[in-house]
Design a protein. Structure first.
Length: 255
């Protein structure tokens, strides 16, 4: 088996190299893809070929509940992982301020089988080591093998893990490379501290609203209490059920 990043799941195996020359693939429903054609030693025991059409992917932020935070995206099979990164940034309204990587769900106490990310950022190599260029790999060459186990990790500090579930594939076309078709739950803002910090601040604000507190009266400019820090982080307009929420700050003292 050749060296370099190597992918394996069950009886399907293939490898990537800098010279991407895949073999034909026949689809027997989405959930059971079956690679056919002559074996190519460059890609392991099974080869794969480009398959256009449209994937429907559900991306859910891991660990956030009540309500969960997820987005449903349709994206063309010929898109690169770099384009999927752009779609996820738009869907969750991230601002692209931090590093990111795609990887299969790591087995306990082991590194992921492979990682896909931007090669133009030296810090990715520092954190992840050897990884595959996200602009060189098409979605349709990987997603059929990782229907429920692929993750998108954004911000290696706050560590936002998005679980990617491939729900369907259609022989269809899109006018653009992707579209966001459904949203649920307010996505966290940038640099709000990670899952547990976000949920703690979220719950403080929800309880304050139940108690009749007008968040515009909270001293978020010079926070001292937990609630003030929560509002300073998430904004005076925070609503955990609003999928289009972006933090804003409004003070009654300014009027």
């Amino acid at each position: 088996m050749p060296g370099g990043p190597f992918l394996r799941e069950g009886r399907y195996a293939f490898a990537f190299s800098s010279e991407f020359d895949p073999q034909p693939i026949t689809w027997n429903r989405l959930r059971r893809p079956r690679a056919v054609g002559p074996a190519n030693p460059q890609f392991g025991e099974k080869g794969m070929a480009p398959r256009d059409g449209v994937f429907t992917i559900k991306a859910q932020l891991k660990g956030i509940t009540k309500p969960p935070v997820w987005r449903r995206i349709r994206i063309v099979g010929g898109a690169s992982f770099g384009q999927l990164h752009e779609a996820l940034q738009a869907a969750f309204e991230w601002e692209g301020c931090h590093l990111h990587v795609f990887q299969p769900k790591p087995v306990r106490f082991s590194r992921p089988a492979f990682q896909i990310g931007p090669t133009q950022d030296d810090m990715i190599s520092f954190f992840c080591g050897e990884h595959i260029d996200e602009e060189s790999i098409r979605l349709d060459s990987v997603l059929p093998h990782y229907l429920k186990t692929l993750e998108y990790v954004y911000d290696f500090g706050d560590d936002w893990v998005h679980t990617l579930t491939v729900e369907s594939w259609e022989d269809d076309e899109l006018y653009f490379d992707y579209e966001i078709v459904e949203r649920r739950g307010a996505a966290p803002g940038e640099d709000c501290g990670g899952i547990y910090s976000f949920m703690y601040k979220r719950d403080l604000i929800v309880q304050a609203k139940k108690d009749g507190v007008d968040l515009r009266t909270v001293n978020f400019a010079n926070p001292k209490t937990h609630l003030e820090y929560a509002v300073a982080s998430l904004g005076t307009n925070f609503d955990p059920k609003d999928p289009y929420y972006r933090p804003e700050w409004e003070s009654l003292d300014e009027k």
